[in-house]
Design a protein around this ligand. Sequence first.
Ligand SMILES: Cc1cc2nc3c(=O)[nH]c(=O)nc-3n(C[C@H](O)[C@H](O)[C@H](O)COP(=O)(O)OP(=O)(O)OC[C@H]3O[C@@H](n4cnc5c(N)ncnc54)[C@H](O)[C@@H]3O)c2cc1C
Length: 314
Amino acid sequence: METTEVRSTRSTRKKEVYKKLFGALGDELKSDVTLAPYTTLGIGGRAEFFYRALKPETLIFAVRTAQNLKMRFLLLGGGSNILVSDSGFEGLVVKNESKEILVNRNSVTCQSGALLEDVINRACTQGLSGLEFAAGIPGTVGGAVRGNAGAFGKSVGDRLTKAVVLTFAGDIKEVSRDYFRFAYRESRLKQTREVLLSATLQLRKGDQARIEGRIAENLKKRKESLPWKDKSAGCFFKNVVLNGKRVSAGLLLDQVGAKRMHQGDAQVFAGHANILINAGSARCADVRKLATKLRRKIREKFGIKLEQEVVYIN
Ligand SMILES: Cc1cc2nc3c(=O)[nH]c(=O)nc-3n(C[C@H](O)[C@H](O)[C@H](O)COP(=O)(O)OP(=O)(O)OC[C@H]3O[C@@H](n4cnc5c(N)ncnc54)[C@H](O)[C@@H]3O)c2cc1C
């Protein structure tokens, strides 16, 4: 139990920090903002401080301000790959809304808060092909590069040629693809906590009607297997390597009866055993308990440790 004294010290500290942050960031700074509506799972407690960054300059400034104040910060994109703790986030949440997209001759350069969907559509209307595989992946370019998001055997990292990042030390660097050490759902950004500011994705000229056709086809395939109305964060666990081959975690989870499992309102999606949904008012604790049960079942049957794809924020 928190004593009155501890509560009062905490509240004084918060007021002081708020004053400093407000001095630096101004009106876009809010406090005690519930994070659930900013996530596709619809789960999560309050952010102590919350700031919408509308331009790369304000994004950089907010991150540097948090660092100078020795405060934890969380960069939030589309919130489609995170599970936020019921007790929220102590520190500054920076919601990335720097969204500019520039179409070049054979590439697009986009700010990291641009939605992947908008980038794909802009490229399509300019007759640029190469991103159709990603149609239907929610979230921002920043989230997609960090997690090397992909589908149908292709990933966003395959298209990236150069990018601008804000390093942990606060420097702005232009880098090329090799810098990211892309692998299956992996990039260097996961280890270094650098911030992606913008990315250039290499595309090629194509026929607009055909590009539209491929996008529609991919969206149709995804709608058959993914939850469109339910709240989820996509695949919860990474696919695994079994006997030297990459195997879908969903297939293994299906074999341990995952589709019948639930914990409170946290449920395994009936159409795909690797997707956990919030079927009502699930809490983060419910999802974590369900994930633990699933992990245990897989370990017992296959001797494999499932690795989480969804990022846990506490
Ligand atoms: C219905 C559904 C289907 C999905 N299908 C797929 C799929 O087919 N393939 C796939 O790969 N994923 C899929 N996902 C997962 C998710 O959409 C992707 O991982 C997406 O790229 C996450 O982007 P985001 O902006 O929402 O990231 P967020 O969830 O906001 O953040 C995820 C992580 O990235 C970090 N981050 C965000 N922006 C930046 C930045 N600019 N620089 C550095 N770090 C940053 C955050 O701090 C956090 O740690 C699906 C999700 C849903 C809900």
